[in-house]
Write a protein that binds this ligand. Sequence first.
Ligand code: PMP
Length: 370
Amino acid sequence: RFMSSVPSFKASDLHIDFCPPEQLKSKPAVKDLVFGRNFTDHMLKIYYNDQSGWGKPRITPLQDLRLHPAAKVLHYAVELFEGMKAFRGVDDEIRLFRPGKNMERMNRTAARSSLPTFDSEELIKLLKKIISIDQEWVPHTESSSLYIRPTMIGTEPTLGVQRPTEALLFVILCPVGPYFASGFKPVSLLADPQYVRAWPGGVGMMKMGSNYGPTLEIQKQAEARSLHQVLWLFGPEHRITEVGAMNIMVFLDKGNGERELVTPPLDGLILPGVTRDSILSLARQWKEFTVSERDITMAEIVQAKSEGKLLEMFGAGTAAVVTPVGEIHYEGQVIKIPTMEHENPLTQRFFDAIKDIQYGRVKSEWTVPI
Ligand code: PMP
């Protein structure tokens, strides 16, 4: 769990500067929420430096950061982040969903980013605290939630291309609306093999900001062709790896009544998604079809489509839980996928099963009350 030789910060050292009542912001209507545009009243900050280690955690009013223009983050992209959510359940209880998974991933990314690690349990305690302070920001409507963005940056104000000796961990919170306000809309994907997101020996499995900046121009190219997202391919055999900032899942008919759910293995190119892991666990409990973590190529997708065996394809991630895929634009072809056209699509079943847990309709060890 705690991988550093540096002692962690402690939640019990927390200091709170409450936002004065006259500065509290009014809460936007759920229908006006656009992802990542509205922030709650408070933030969490914890400074680190090599001499004195982690400082005391502080919750303060949301405020701008002050950084020296030489801060390493601004030059060498020494940055990582996480994305997780808190949900107001049908019983009005606020719950986190598998927060330990995000904390493990954050610590793995910190270690690879030459940023300091910390005790996951201590940050979970602090998240519970800041969410309870800003609890009125957790939407009261089902399908909306509070997005949590833990972030860490290298702040040492020197230009040497060396690991930072100073860092800042901060957490900001955003109320977010439903991704699919009026039912699922299958998305269209651009699969262009000339671009890759991650490569062997690289950091595709880490949640570093430097993995995301270079994808934005390719996303723009997809949008210029009126497509929704990018399907990231890899290698001469055009393996499918991820879709946008989601893991990818494919549901195949294997003939003679057998079916298979396929997702690429965690081989270093794939971000180990919490949603991916949750879907695999549910599918393995259900025992209705084969569950495979294996490579899958565009040739296999095209072949399955031509044989009528490509049943469903969907992205999996915290933002929307699942995002059905309707078509892939690949080397001049348009591959149509009937993801939501079956009776009782698997995509919908995973969505419902995970939402039931997140909103407290189904009790599960995956939820942690604040
Ligand atoms: N892949 C990438 C590249 C991502 O950025 C994300 C979002 N964290 C995911 C997959 C899905 O991960 P999770 O289910 O933990 O949100």
